[in-house]
Design a protein. Sequence first.
Length: 369
Amino acid sequence: MKIKISSKCSLKFLTEDKKRQLFEVMEEYSGVVNFFIDIFWLNDFTKKDLTKDVYNLSPTWLSARMKQCSAREALAMCQSNNQYRNKSNSELEVERLLDDNTVFSEKVKPHHHARRMILSSQIVSIEQGRNSFDIWVILSAIGEKIKISIPVRQHRHFNQFNSWKLSTSIVITRTYIQFSFEKEIEPKKQSGVIVGMDVGINHLIVTSDKEFLGSEIKSSIIDIKRKRQGSKAYIRAKKTLKYRINQVVKEYFNNKNLRLVVVEKLHNLKKSANGRSKEFRKTLSNWNYRELLEIIQKHTEINRVSFRSVNPYKTSQMCPVCNHTQRENRNGENFKCLECGFSEQADYVGSLNIRDRFLTGRYGACFKT
Ligand SMILES: [Zn+2]
C-alpha cells in the first residue's frame, strides 16, 4: 500500500524581485491553463490526446514543458468538473417528482485564477542546502531563460518525512510550496502483544506487561538540567539523551512481538489533568515527550505495529480493578486503591489504564482477541 502525505513550506524567504518574477510566470501559466480549458471543455480530451501538437496551440512564451504542465492541469480541472457532483437525497426526490434528472446537473466550466501552479519534475529540481537554507527548489526550463531559485526552511512537520520519498512534483502558490512524500507501507501485523505505555521521568516507559524501560535515562535528564541552555555542552547532552532514548525504544521493539501500542495523547499534558504534569514540566518537558512519542511511533511503523493514543484524563488515579478514581489513590510511585485495596507501582497502573481505555473504547473493538 502506498501512502502520500504533503507538507507546506513558506515562500517568505524569496526576495521581492524573485517573487514578482514568480507571479509573472504564474499569471502566464494561468492564461495558458484557461486557453486549454476552452479547448478541452468542448471536446472529450483524455490524457492520451495531450500531444505536442496540442501543446503548441497556445500562444505563449512559456517553454514546451511549462505548456505540458498547464495542459495537464487544465485537463484535470475539466475532468473533475465534468463528473456530476453527488446529488443530495432531496435533490433526487425533486427530480423524481418532475421526472427530469437534469435539474441539478448543471456543469460549470472551470477557471484558473493564477493562484497556483502544479509543476512536474521536468521543471523542478530540489537541492539540499547550500548556505543557511535547508533546501533550494529550483525552477528551470520555464521559458525566456528564466530560472527561479527558492530557498526553503524545513520545519518539524516536513522533517518527519525524512525517510520518505520526496516527490519532485510540487504545487506552488503565492505564499507556499507544497511538497509531497510517498512511502510504501506494509499492512500492520494481525497478531502479537498489545501494550499500553506510560511515559514518565523515573522510568522512561512502563508497559502494561510490567516492563520498566529506560529507568537510567533520568540521570541524563538531570545532567541536561545542570547545563546552561543553548551551550555546547547542553546541546551535546541533549543529543546523547535522544540517542539513548532511541536505543531503549529500538531494543524493546526488537525483542518483543508487538501488535498494538497505546499511549496517552499529547495535547492534554499541559493541563494538570493527570496530576503529574507539574513534575513533567520541571523535568521532562513537553518537547521531550513529543519527541519520545515520535520515536515510539517511528518504531511502530518500522515494525508494522499499530499505534493509538487515548485521552490521558486521570489514568494515574483510577483503579484498574474496581475503577474507583481518586487523587489520593496515588502517592508518588505507589498506587493503592482506597476503595478495594488493590496496590501496584503507579506508572504500571497508568499503563494498564491506558491500554484498557483504548481496548474498551469505541475503536478498540477490532483488537480484541
Ligand atoms: Zn480498586
